[in-house]
Design a protein around this ligand. Structure first.
Ligand code: PDD
Length: 287
């Protein structure tokens, strides 16, 4: 079956789904995107992702391409047409199509594309065994809270990490971990506190982060929202990252430093289970 992709009001076979060369997302990275996970046919934290789409678009003054309910309908129709059960749904809204010029024409209409990517998200070796993350200086601009399609910094950091034999990368600035290249970074201190950075312009306000923080609060787990250093991360009892596509992902090595005993720790395991349960996913106990 060929994949059906949504482009500006039409559902098209992938080979027919094209965007004009003069699209400002293509030429300038002048576009916002979102990624929502689907597991067992359920969208995970979709309201949070759509709220962030609205916020990111407003931050760079691009109008919503459709009302929120219209976007939800596009997602549902793509899921239906592509028989999606597990994977991600990608949305991208660019400022629109206009002759190439740094200053955008007033009143151009946004280009809105959306597609599904089938993939097993919940039962992967990375979720079971944890991953190794490299450490690299954060190469990005100063509005990382806006989810733009300008991802070259992250692409190059991930490629460099892979070339060095790591699975992913955590970025740092002024001695502090900012976040993962496409995820939020968390540690568990030796004293038993779960720590993540507060939201600011320095990082993307993760939707999975928000959902996990809600769980931490409702379960009364010890939690500190503050920046943490590279050394603190490397000396942590446990570490993990969160994102729509990795859910709650154990991190078992940071740079050359093995975390704990090199296996996912009990608090990370607990949060993995809580997160799936809260999303309404049936969870089998982990051995
Ligand atoms: N990335 N930080 C960055 C820089 C990200 O790109 C992402 C998500 C996150 C986590 O956000 P959330 O929990 O809302 O997915 C944090 C997506 C998955 C991507 O680019 O594919």
């Amino acid at each position: 079956m060929t994949r059906q992709i949504y482009v500006n009001g039409a559902y098209l076979a992938e080979s027919e789904a094209v965007i004009p060369v003069m699209d400002r997302g293509f030429l300038f990275g002048d576009a916002i995107y979102e990624v929502t996970a689907m597991i067992d046919g359920r969208l995970i934290d979709n309201d949070l992702h759509l709220a962030r789409l609205e916020r990111s678009l407003a931050a760079i003054d691009i109008p919503m391409p459709l009302p929120l309910d219209g976007i939800r309908e596009v997602q549902a129709e793509l899921i239906r047409r592509n028989g999606m059960r597990d994977g991600t749904i990608y949305l991208q809204v660019s400022r629109g199509t206009a002759e190439r010029n740094f200053l955008p024409d007033a009143g151009i209409a946004p280009n809105f594309v959306a597609f599904t990517q089938p993939r097993n998200l919940r039962d992967t070796p990375a979720l079971r065994n944890g991953i190794a993350v490299a450490l690299m200086p954060d190469p990005r601009w100063d509005r990382r809270d806006i989810k733009t399609s300008m991802l070259l910094g992250q692409v190059l950091a991930k490629q460099a990490a892979h070339a060095l034999g790591f699975d992913d990368v955590w970025l740092h600035e002024d001695g502090l971990i900012t976040e993962g290249a496409s995820s939020t970074a968390f540690i568990l201190t030796a004293a038993g506190a779960i720590v993540t950075r507060p939201n600011s312009h320095a990082t993307l306000p993760g939707c999975t982060r928000q959902a996990v923080l809600r769980l931490i609060e409702t379960r009364g787990l010890r939690f500190e929202e503050r920046p943490f250093t590279i050394a603190e991360a490397q000396n942590a009892a446990e570490a993990f990252l969160t994102s729509a596509s990795s859910l709650v992902q154990p991190v078992v090595r940071i740079g050359e430093q093995v975390i704990g005993d090199g296996h996912p720790g009990p608090v990370t395991r607990h949060l993995q289970e809580l997160y799936l349960q809260a999303a309404g996913i049936r969870v089998e106990p982990v051995e």
